[in-house]
Design a protein around this ligand. Structure first.
Ligand code: FE2
Length: 160
């Protein structure tokens, strides 16, 4: 099997999530709940393995460079998960009020900011050793293979 490039794949995930979130914001602004729900489902599936990989492998590897900032990254994930959960809850309804649509679009924007911040980790990952990068590659592939969506992972394996 060809080894995946963990940094390139990591950034490619961010591009996909960025585009998904922009689409989600558009769907929310036009109060198209069915479309918004579909987009959020897709993001949930895509970012589950990504978050898992970050928390189980990438963040611990970056601790040597980032120190305690890693704890802040983990806390940021708590916030992202809570936001995704409340967004998914809102989108279970058949329609949204103006206020709810606004609230959900604002939530999507905070997720977009997280994507932008997270992508900055790529530049640091490049400084890890070949052995560590090989490990990142293996673990990202494994997280993808397991394919646990974000909210399922948060509820079960992550446990918060
Ligand atoms: Fe990320």
């Amino acid at each position: 099997m060809v080894k995946l490039d963990p940094i390139a794949e990591f950034r490619e995930d961010h591009r996909k999530v960025r585009d998904g979130l922009l689409e989600l914001m558009e769907a929310l602004q036009s109060k198209n709940v069915v479309k918004a729900r579909k987009i959020l489902d897709g993001i949930n599936v895509l970012v589950g393995p990504h978050f898992r990989y970050e928390e189980e492998t990438l963040y611990p590897a970056l601790r040597v460079l980032l120190g305690e900032y890693v704890d802040q990254l983990l806390k940021e994930h708590d916030g992202v998960i809570a936001t995704a959960r409340s967004c998914a809850g809102l989108l279970k309804k058949d329609g949204l009020t103006d206020e709810e649509a606004k609230q959900a679009a604002a939530a999507a924007r905070t997720l977009l900011i997280h994507v932008s911040n997270c992508d900055g980790l790529s530049i640091l990952s490049e400084r890890l050793s070949k052995k560590e990068i090989d490990n990142l590659s293996e673990k990202l592939a494994a997280a993808r293979k397991a394919g646990v969506p974000l909210l399922d992972w948060a509820e079960t394996i992550r446990g918060k």
